[in-house]
Write a new protein. Structure first.
Length: 329
């Protein structure tokens, strides 16, 4: 009588794994779509019922709604031996007056954050969704404030439809400042070409996988193995270049591979650092810090947290189960 196949290779198990993967991909697609709905970013947090429940989920990923809460979280992270990157959330601001008013929050952050904190921002938060010149003017104000306080400023990644404009503003800022970083997405097929130009500019290059909803003609699917290959290729290129850079990922395998490429050890003045998002990778940071690598945690705050939370859940739909637990807590 033939032996039964081990459970791991039974045909029905393979079918279930495939079905689970397909369902996860569909869930991620839905969450990415929700993250693009600009009406929801206002209506969900202010809804008397949904807002209260969604805020419980957000607390895992967001420091709070006020700068003072981000300051408090930053001090705890620094005390634990890590650097901090702080961002005030609010992409796609389509009102010029409000975009300029929002810039004041970044100026306050540049003045009040403790040493060891960099500031990140979406250019569309401070004018890019209105006019490129407005974004440049407001970004220049933040650049001057961060230069005066001796901290890095890092421009965040946005959808591929804004990438050219984001890189153009970054280029103009780099003509006047040497501390302006830029975030690049390994998912985008264009990133290899962009890196060649960015390596000639000053400022940190922050490498992420990328979380935006993009067509396959523009970007790798999140579940495509080619994305991890691309990320590792770019990470090794950055490491070998000696350029200031951040490896922003929670992927344990990628972290281990990059660590191995770096020789399994770092030092305080190394040009690279490992970075994870708040609530998603403290164990990764602790492990890399033990190897001597500089480490950084990315802290976000503000009232416009809904789209950010959707993207965090979409990156790994299993987080929906944790969200359910958080809602019920």
């Amino acid at each position: 009588m033939p032996h039964a196949l081990p459970t791991a290779i039974r045909p029905e198990s393979a079918f279930q794994a495939s079905a689970d993967a397909a369902l996860s991909a569909q869930a991620a697609q839905v969450l990415h779509t929700l993250a693009l709905d600009e009406d929801l970013k206002w209506s969900i947090p202010t809804d008397p019922v949904l807002g209260r429940l969604a805020r419980k989920v957000a607390q895992r990923f967001v420091a709070g709604e006020r700068l003072t809460e981000a300051l408090d979280r930053a001090e705890h992270i620094i005390a634990a031996g890590h650097r901090v990157n702080v961002e005030y959330m609010g992409e796609s601001c389509r009102d010029a007056q409000r975009a300029t008013a929002e810039t004041e929050v970044f100026l306050d952050a540049a003045r009040l954050l403790p040493p060891g904190c960099s500031i990140s921002l979406d250019l569309s938060h401070i004018g890019l969704a209105v006019d490129e010149e407005l974004a440049l003017a407001n970004a220049s104000r933040v650049a001057r404030a961060t230069a005066d306080s001796g901290r890095e400023m890092v421009i965040s990644a946005e959808g591929s439809d804004r990438t050219d404009a984001v890189l153009a503003v970054h280029r103009d800022l780099c003509r006047r400042f040497d501390h302006i970083g830029i975030t690049v997405q390994a998912r985008l097929h264009r990133t290899g070409d962009d890196l060649a130009e960015l390596l000639a500019r000053p400022g940190r290059i922050r490498l992420v996988k990328g979380a935006f909803l993009e067509p396959e003609t523009v970007a790798y699917r999140r579940e495509d193995p080619a994305l991890r290959t691309a990320y590792l290729t770019y990470a090794e290129q950055l490491a070998d270049s000696g350029h200031l850079c951040s490896f922003a990922t929670h992927d344990w395998d990628l972290i281990h591979r990059i660590d191995h490429h770096l020789g399994g050890k770092g030092h305080e003045r190394a040009p690279w650092e490992f970075e994870t998002l708040l609530g998603l990778g403290p164990d990764r940071l602790d492990a890399m810090a033990q190897h001597g690598h500089p480490t950084r945690e990315y802290v976000v705050f503000g009232t416009e947290w809904w789209l950010y939370v959707c993207n965090r859940l979409a990156e790994d739909p299993r987080r929906l189960l944790q969200a359910l637990v958080d809602v019920a807590s």
